[in-house]
Each structure stands twice: as C-alpha cells, then as structure tokens.
Write a protein that binds this ligand. Structure first.
Ligand SMILES: C[S@@+](CC[C@H](N)C(=O)[O-])C[C@H]1O[C@@H](n2cnc3c(N)ncnc32)[C@H](O)[C@@H]1O
Length: 251
C-alpha cells in the first residue's frame, strides 16, 4: 500500500515513527487565526471562523483551532521538531498559514531546527473585495529544508505563486480544503517515489496529490470524521491509479 493513514494526535503518532522515514513534510495545520481579537480567535470553533454566512455547504467542524498565538508557536515548534527527526537530511517542509500567523510560523520552523527557505503564495481568485481595503485573497506556504538541498536528486523548477479556488460542490469535503491542483505542484518538491508526510491531513488532499504524482504518503488526522473522509479519498485514488495502470498494460 503506498499510503498509511493514522487516526490520532500528531504528536503521539509522530513520536512512534522511525528516524529518516520521510522526504517531505507538507502540511496544513489549523491556523488558529480567523478573528479580530484574541477572544474571537480562541473561543470560536473552526466552523464559525472559516465558514462564511453564504456558504452552500454544511461541513463538519474540526479540532485544534483554539490556541492563542504563543501556544500555537509552542505547539508548532514541538511538532516540527518531531517532523525534523523523521525527515531525511536534504528533505523539505512546507507549511500552510495565513498573514496573521506567518511570523509565528517562520519562528517555530527555525526553532525546530529547519533552515527557512522562503514563502510561497496561494492566490484564491474568487475572494470577495473589501471596500476601502486590500482583498484578503492569499494564503501562504512557509518552506524550509533539513540542511542542504540536493538539487541533483530532484532537479525540478517550481513556481513561487499558485492560483486556484477551493473545491466546490461535491468535491468540497473539508471546511479549509486545499485544491488538489495546487497540492500536485507542491508535492513535486519531494523526489520521485519518495515519501510525503502530512500530520494534519484533514480530508487528505496532500495525500491524494502525492499518490497521483507517484509519491508515497503518511497521513495523521485527529478528527474522526475527517480521518474517515481522508481514508475514502486515498483508497479511491489508489483504486483509480491502479485501474489506469491496468488499462495501460492492457492496451
Ligand atoms: C486546515 S485542516 C487541513 C485540511 C486539508 N489540507 C484538506 O485539504 O482537507 C487541519 C486539520 O488538522 C486536524 N488536526 C488538528 N489538530 C491536530 C492534531 N493535534 N493532530 C492531528 N490532526 C490535527 C484537524 O482536525 C483538521 O482536519
């Protein structure tokens, strides 16, 4: 099986995995953002924070969204320290975040032992303009490496800017779901046939992208409902990939 998916807490699951089992950590942790005041950010659920009033979906809530910024930095440092132990020398880490949590994310990743390499932007074309303000239509991906990058092992040229809308209709499975087309580009930072880890897997978008692009995947998800959604999507992706391979063999 090219993937394993754990239903549990990221810190406990990662502590049971062996050193150097991963090439790239590509993850989308709960941002612990989404509010004008600390009170709003720590007392509202993920669903209240990230679902707009006119949203046409009724998706399940998820856990891990009520830390203030100092606690979030502490948690991120702990988990990224563990992720660093699991990652081969020369491997990479990519973490989604928003403008408010960008500084704490770049602090935490460096405190965890990673070499900070830069920030990518994910542009969301359908974000609503705001009168008298700049449109909040970008989220960010902080990226880093475990020491020097071996470009000869993975000679890719990847963009720093990605533009795509969140999935809609039947494709929408998670409140803060990331587009698979963006994730398919991001997983190319992992060498071909290498292993991608997402310790906050949500509905499994990183894993789907990794499998489609020929990488193995280790996922962890704490919210039971989303662990089950991710398991279904990953299993279906493997089934489709195998079917395509079989068809190629037959023809
Ligand atoms: C921002 S969402 C990820 C969405 C995902 N990128 C997708 O496309 O579906 C973050 C996920 O992390 C999970 N989570 C929060 N705290 C966690 C923890 N300590 N361990 C594992 N998963 C956690 C939440 O349940 C949530 O589904």
């Amino acid at each position: 099986m090219p993937f394993s998916l754990h239903h549990g807490d990221a810190l406990s699951v990662l502590s049971g995995l062996p050193d150097d089992c991963v090439d790239s950590v590509i993850t989308d942790p709960p941002y612990n953002s989404g509010g004008r005041t600390a009170q709003e950010r720590t007392s509202r659920s993920a669903k209240q924070k990230y679902t707009s009033a006119d949203a046409k979906h009724t998706l399940a809530d998820f856990t891990g969204e009520n830390m203030d910024q100092r606690s979030y930095g502490f948690w991120l440092t702990q988990i990224m320290t563990e992720a660093h132990r699991l990652t081969k020398v020369g491997g990479t880490a990519l973490l989604f975040t928003d403008w408010r949590q960008l500084p704490v994310t770049t602090d935490a990743i460096q405190a965890a032992g990673w070499l900070w390499r830069g920030v990518l932007a994910w542009h969301k074309p359908t974000a609503r303009p705001q009168k008298g303000r700049f449109t909040q239509n970008c989220e960010f991906v902080v990226w880093a490496s475990n020491g020097a990058i071996d470009a000869a092992r993975n000679p890719v040229y990847l963009p720093g800017l990605y533009s795509a809308s969140q999935p809609s209709g039947g494709q929408r499975r998670h409140i803060t779901q990331k587009p698979v087309e963006v994730m398919r580009e991001l997983v190319k930072i992992c060498p071909d046939a290498g292993t991608v880890l997402d310790f906050c897997a949500g509905s499994g978008s990183t894993g789907v992208a990794a499998l489609v692009e020929g990488r193995d995947f280790i996922g962890v998800e704490k919210t039971k409902h989303y662990a089950s959604v991710a398991a279904d999507r990953l299993t279906e992706t493997v089934r489709q990939t195998l079917t395509q391979d079989d068809m190629t063999l037959v023809t």
